[in-house]
Design a protein around this ligand. Sequence first.
Ligand SMILES: Cc1cc2nc3c(=O)[nH]c(=O)nc-3n(C[C@H](O)[C@H](O)[C@H](O)COP(=O)(O)OP(=O)(O)OC[C@H]3O[C@@H](n4cnc5c(N)ncnc54)[C@H](O)[C@@H]3O)c2cc1C
Length: 595
Amino acid sequence: MMRSNFALCLILSLCRLASLVGASTTFDHIIVGGGASGLVLAEKLSRNSILYAQFIGDPAVDWEFVTVPQTHVSNKVISLPRGKALGGTAAVNGMYFVRAASKEYDAWETLGNPGWNWNTVDANIKAIENFTPASSSDAATFHATDSLQNHGTTGPIHVTYSNYWEPISVVPAYFSAVNALGIPTNTQAAGGSTFGAWQAPCSIDAKNRSRSYAVNTFLPAAEKRQNLVVMTGSQVTKINLLSGASSSGNIRASGVQYIVNNATQNVNVTTTGNVILTAGTYQTPKLLELSGIGNSTVLKKFSITPRVDLPGVGENLQDHYAAFTTFQLKDGLGPEVGQVFLNSTFFVEQFQLYLTKREGPFASVPSTTVSMIPFQTFINATKLAGLKASLDNSLKAFENTPLEKVITLQRSFIEDPTIPQIEFVLAPMIQDPTVTPDPSKTYMSIAVVYMRPFARGNVHISSTNPLQNPLIDHNYLGITEFETGVMAEALRFITEKIATTKPLSDLIEKTLQPAPGFSDTVLQNYVQHNVVSSWHPCGSASMLPKDQGGVVDANLKVYGTENIRVADASMIPLEIGTHTMATVYANALHAADVI
Ligand SMILES: Cc1cc2nc3c(=O)[nH]c(=O)nc-3n(C[C@H](O)[C@H](O)[C@H](O)COP(=O)(O)OP(=O)(O)OC[C@H]3O[C@@H](n4cnc5c(N)ncnc54)[C@H](O)[C@@H]3O)c2cc1C
């Protein structure tokens, strides 16, 4: 990836994390610089997986983005956490390491990006992955299984399955129930077809049951090189551009400006070098706009002189979003992982178990049971026809706009039952923050995640102050009748079908919410009050032809520039029906080839 002799990596993080293998002791993380913030981060990361959600709202490690009030979600301001630490959001996320269906990646090539398809993404994920299968008993009982040929086994990122399944009767009963309802168990989910129920493997190192991510895999080797400098505590504020344009009419970056210790500094790029933005879906467009690259109307509002008028910057923003169902389980089924948050004795016991034996909920991600399904699985034909008619009516708004081709392709996915649209995530605990648990009871919840909404949002600067968060409008449920309708039908399928099918129904004491038997109107209202982000934003610097709303070409070069590239989740032009981390890693490898 480094063409120049010297590469500088400017990363905003409050402390450095590194993995050190000593002669006698091995630590998962060594925090160099144990100040207050460093220790907070050390403490959080040492808790490993299940408390990952605890980073949300902690300004030491979370950017704490929020949406603007969401018109179609009862004007709610929705939290959009993003990791601030070295390693980015992968330092704090839920660690699912999963692929989408092959046709979803092939769609990127169809949209005008030669070489970006299932074969390349899958090959790159395999190159990154070091997969360890689950134990044979976990494979048999909890369906933690996939063919070895679908995985890489020599890459740097360790990947394996959870191994904490309490209460142990829930997962097998869930599989039996969904199988009976037409959702088959998929034992090849990493092989290009994600339809069905399966266990998500996670970026966990099977040897020490801790998070495996770029900071303790790629970085230790890379930073030994003399030609790489990693700077932390530094926030890039602007791309410096040379005045005038090249003979091709493109502008050129000369370097970047950044703030460190409250002082503004500059660093230059060589005449053949690139400025590569990987600041994430919300901050890459912000940096482009602060530098004069974006929609000139947006830029002029802030008196920024447009250097490249590029209307796609910050547009085509997409995300997954979720609503929850919650059930109280029958007494006596065994401990439930949510007890970690409710019962301090259980917490201490389990944390001790993690420290001494690398076992228990802290060594695992205890909610990896997913079902990926198309609308046809849970919406009856008549209702689906009505919803699709409403959708087609709404989609007329995209006719003769730059996004028409993407939207048309996305619409065709709905007719293909092998491309899932909705994900169910089973957790043996409460996921819905609005439900107050009784510590003496145990719970189960199933989240409905809508993975490919049609409504598009946008993200733009809110000020010329680079330290100000951008304005993020996800426009959740923007194609209101269709998107609210499919979410409501998914909730109905869970509460009225999955939860009432044996043997799962035998484990459930009662449904807490949404109550079964709700009318369409009440369920839709529930959706419109309860949708939250599922944290996989993309598209705000889309890799698409420029006249289709693109910001970068298939070589990830920003249109109208000689040497500015984008290589984070913002370049994904059409949301994928899965969790995004493995794809982002793979895209970065591909980026290294094309830059
Ligand atoms: C709570 C949560 C759970 C998730 N769980 C999963 C999961 O289980 N599986 C999965 O596949 N995906 C998951 N995701 C999504 C996944 O983590 C992201 O898709 C992925 O990390 C995106 O990578 P990125 O490189 O685009 O951005 P990021 O990982 O966010 O990296 C951007 C980096 O740029 C830095 N940065 C930003 N602006 C500047 C600046 N101006 N100067 C210097 N540095 C800057 C940031 O601090 C950060 O380090 C989760 C996300 C969240 C929020």
